[in-house]
Design a protein around this ligand. Structure first.
Ligand code: ADP
Ligand code: MG
Length: 246
């Protein structure tokens, strides 16, 4: 396949002080690809995906998102990339003082300059999409964790992103709410969204991922389609990791 990658990460290196958190990370993602990233806690998974929308910056190497070079750190390219990349966090990060609807319309109105009526129409479309339109006038604290996370997904979609990043979106949820969030993510994947998901939900990885990535100690140690990844893991650290979580 010759499709141009929408994300191109070349020899990315990052330090927190003396501590090297990412070492020579290479990754290319094609439009519509679904990538699952897993690995032990502290291996640099969050840092890597945060670098993609420049919540963190690399010190060495290159990151290019949809043709926009991020290594230069110009404000303009950071803003441009953030418009294309939606992110969903473990802790939802909804604005507690705003209703569900206002959470979804804030950025479209203020960052994209979309008129309220249009922003609300789009928000309702995506709240329907995540199957909670009836919660639009409530505040986040009035919702369950699973509902809050679905609002967070709808909010990200309201910015019309080309890429969605998920950082352990189900880790803070009670077990009975995991499925409703995973189902939402599966439906996004089926619609062809380019997705990078940090998750330890290996059922999701098997079902949805085109490639699964294993990180440990700031390095990408293995990249393979799910069948190979789970069926014949190569690296001893991956074997040990799978032994612990499966
Ligand atoms: P993961 O998401 O795989 O658990 P992270 O990317 O969150 O890993 O963190 C990787 C390592 O970097 C950890 O050792 C963590 O303590 C460290 N780290 C993360 N963020 C910071 C920060 N802002 N300052 C210093 N160290 C950090
Ligand atoms: Mg993390």
């Amino acid at each position: 396949m010759t499709t141009t990658p929408i994300i191109r990460i070349e020899k990315a290196n990052k330090w927190f002080g003396q501590f090297q958190v990412l070492t020579d990370v290479d990754l290319e993602v094609r439009p519509g690809e679904r990538i699952v990233i897993c690995g032990p806690s502290g291996s640099g998974k969050s840092t890597l995906i945060r670098c993609i929308n420049h919540l963190e910056k690399i010190e060495k190497g290159r990151i290019e998102v949809d043709g926009i070079e991020l290594s230069g750190h110009q404000r303009k390219s950071v803003d441009a990339v953030r418009r294309e990349v939606g992110m969903v966090f473990q802790q939802f990060n909804l604005f507690p003082h705003l209703t569900v609807l206002q959470n979804c319309t804030l950025s479209p109105m203020h960052s994209l300059g979309i008129a309220r009526e249009q922003a609300e129409e789009t928000a309702m479309k995506f709240l329907k999409r995540v199957r909670i339109p009836e919660q639009a006038q409530k505040y986040p604290s009035q919702l369950s964790g699973g509902q809050q996370q679905r609002v967070a997904i709808a909010r990200a979609l309201c910015m019309n992103p080309k890429i969605m990043l998920f950082d352990e979106p189900t880790s803070a949820l009670d077990p009975e709410m995991v499925k409703e969030v995973l189902d939402t993510m599966i439906s996004l994947a089926e619609d062809g969204m380019t997705m990078l998901c940090v998750t330890h939900e290996m059922g999701f990885a098997r079902q949805v991922a085109d490639r699964v990535i294993f990180m440990a100690d700031g390095r990408v140690l293995e990249v393979a389609p799910p069948k190979t990844f789970f069926g014949s893991p190569q690296h001893s650290k991956l074997k040990a990791f799978l032994g612990q979580i499966l």
